[in-house]
Design a protein around this ligand. Sequence first.
Ligand code: SF4
Length: 472
Amino acid sequence: MTPAPSPETAIDTTAPLDGSTPRKRLFIRTWGCQMNVYDSGRMADVLAPLGYGPAETPEEADMVILNTCHIREKASEKVFSDLGRLRVMKEARAEAGQKMVLAVAGCVAQAEGKEITTRAPWVDIVLGPQTYHRLPEMVARAARAAGAQIDTDFPVEQKFDLLPQPRADQGPTAFLTIQEGCDKFCSFCVVPYTRGAEFSRPVAAIVAEARRLVAGGAREISLLGQNVNAWHGEGPGGATWTLSRLLYELAEIEGLARLRYTTSHPRDMDDDLIQAHGRIPQLMPFLHLPVQSGSDKILAAMNRGHQADLFFRITDQLREVRPDMAFTSDFIVGHPGEKAEDHAATMALVEKVGFALSYSFKYSARPGTPAAGQPFQVAEAEKDARLQELQALLRQQQDAFNLSCVGLECDILFTGTGRHPGQMAGRSPWLQPVHALGNADLVGRVARVKIAAAMPNSLSATLLDAKELTPA
Ligand code: SF4
């Protein structure tokens, strides 16, 4: 599972679905991966009929939800320090005779529900990722009863069947969760414990949601799942479909210019999916494929179920069918048992594959995961040195990739205005932020540009043809 590039994203919540004026204000702070961002949107949707509309800040909110991530120790500690600040706000509101409901959702809630209510007894609601559809009921119970309401079940009913449809007007780029949970039990990961077993949404529900998003203005859809390429949903007539078949189906939706999917596991990159990259023009030539380590010994200790060689084969094959393919990955340095030669194997893998962008972290023991109790923990100083070396190489590759784009003609999906007057902002096929001078009516359209310059984290471009490639 991949944390989003920014460790913390404050998400704007939505206005009531029925268009009425919100009577109460909701603030959701989201940490972690894009699936959490998607879930925060669903929680806002489920609370909208109760009269909750968006609050700009927690200070002005009647309800605050912290949607948490458990992937790194620091992330869960941030939750507790946020809860300390919220306590002060809640007490000030109470003195003024007003109520503030505090909820903790997401993976920290799932993994540490009891600890949250012990360490922060002023929290009203603790709910795990599988029970967001029960949020209105919990809000009502919290209003009636004293003490925290905790719901960290893995219920039999599927939340996707019970949550309201996401708002369709999410803008030119939209996320669509198609799969949740994981059965793989990597040694360092809490997802199988916090999100439960793999679940794949059925084809009909996904296609219907995708059509609504496109009708609402989405030109790009990113399919989400903790193990998205393990998706195996029920198709029409009860047959099980694979992700490649789903991608072909979604590519038929008129007006949908771009498709992406994340996060994938090398073990689930089957031949059909690889071939789909060469056959579906809407499928962007950019894949996030976490490898974690280049050492077969460490990959085995991580219980990843593949060796470095499989990663080389997949990336080679994808480049064969789609020569402009670029990759991003996740790396963990300092897994228990990692020696200097294992780290050297990771460096060699990075050199050989070449990445456009990557996320790398020091191993941190997550309570309850198998690696936490393993012997041969690597010293912090050693982890720091290895991480620095890896990140320097990854940064060099990222810069080289961005520089290689200068002079290139490519299509940009424009998503909004830029920081400077007359400037429009969009994304390249490889997800780089791109700026170009242009008119505001470019938003939501794909247009041809020539890349003029590469900055550290973005590109600037010149519009080649103001004639849009995708009609509004
Ligand atoms: S494949 Fe491994 S890292 Fe990814 S979600 Fe499953 S257990 Fe976690």
